[in-house]
Design a protein around this ligand. Structure first.
Ligand code: SF4
Length: 237
């Protein structure tokens, strides 16, 4: 399941995080990327106002309240969410190329540290004012994700890397190519559920393929030579 890549910009307050996020958004939008931003605000701040209609909906037990006006639509979820969870959800709002988050120093996503702060896990770079180098690093992240989307997502280690991301990086660096993923080479079945690819090991893949081809072989009017099978199942129950 490949969602839009998420990168978080973190640092102490007044370190210039917002300025950096704004400049990145402007540049990437100008280059044609579709960007989503997330701002983390510490403390128990709420957009909802006690006594207002949306507040009353929530108090009544609504798990998601949507405030829709003539100019914007706000989705109010009455719980704290991890950045990784937000990254999954925003995918349903549009086809974003990149999610840029401000804050979230503890999130397990690629991060950029700004100003005087102890670098945390997953920090790609401590920002030193070289804006072009930072953009290049983020572009590299996008390209590696694009390669990763072509791999099965099993993280089985058969290619010699711990994860598909490891091989993606090696391919990006020109050290390997897609043929180094033997799972991908042998795979003939692509299974998607609700639009999301489901990683399949060789055994279930050949089980699905063999079962379908066997069934089709017994049906009248089906070509003996099968190049491609497409099957869609809707569950309205
Ligand atoms: S062999 Fe393929 S599926 Fe397994 S970790 Fe490597 S790239 Fe991913």
């Amino acid at each position: 399941m490949i969602k839009p890549p998420v990168v978080a910009i973190y640092g102490a307050s007044d370190s210039g995080k917002t300025e950096l996020v704004v400049n990145l958004v402007k540049d990437f939008v100008e280059e044609g990327l579709k960007i989503c931003t997330v701002k983390h605000s510490p403390g128990e701040f709420s957009l909802d106002v006690e006594g207002k209609d949306t507040w009353r909906h929530r108090e009544a037990g609504s798990r998601l309240t949507v405030l829709a006006t003539e100019v914007e639509t706000a989705f109010l979820v009455p719980e704290k969410m991890k950045l990784e969870e937000i990254g999954e959800i925003v995918d349903g709002f549009g086809d974003y190329d990149l999610v840029i988050a401000e804050g979230y120093k503890g999130a397990e996503v690629p991060k950029i540290a700004v100003g005087e702060i102890e670098p945390r896990c997953c920090t790609l770079r401590v920002y030193d004012g070289d804006f072009d180098a930072l953009k290049e690093e983020i572009r590299e992240l996008l390209e590696v994700k694009e390669i990763e989307a072509k791999l099965p997502g099993l993280d089985c280690g058969r290619c010699g890397y711990d994860s598909c991301n490891g091989l993606s990086l090696a391919i990006y660096n020109g050290e390997k190519d897609l043929s180094h993923c033997e799972v991908r080479e042998q795979r003939t079945v692509n299974l998607e559920v609700n639009g999301e690819r489901v990683p399949l090991e060789n055994f279930p893949a050949s089980f699905v393929e063999g079962g379908l081809k066997g069934m089709l072989g017994a049906l009248k009017g089906v070509d003996e030579e099968i190049d491609r099978i497409s099957l869609e199942i809707w569950d309205d129950s």
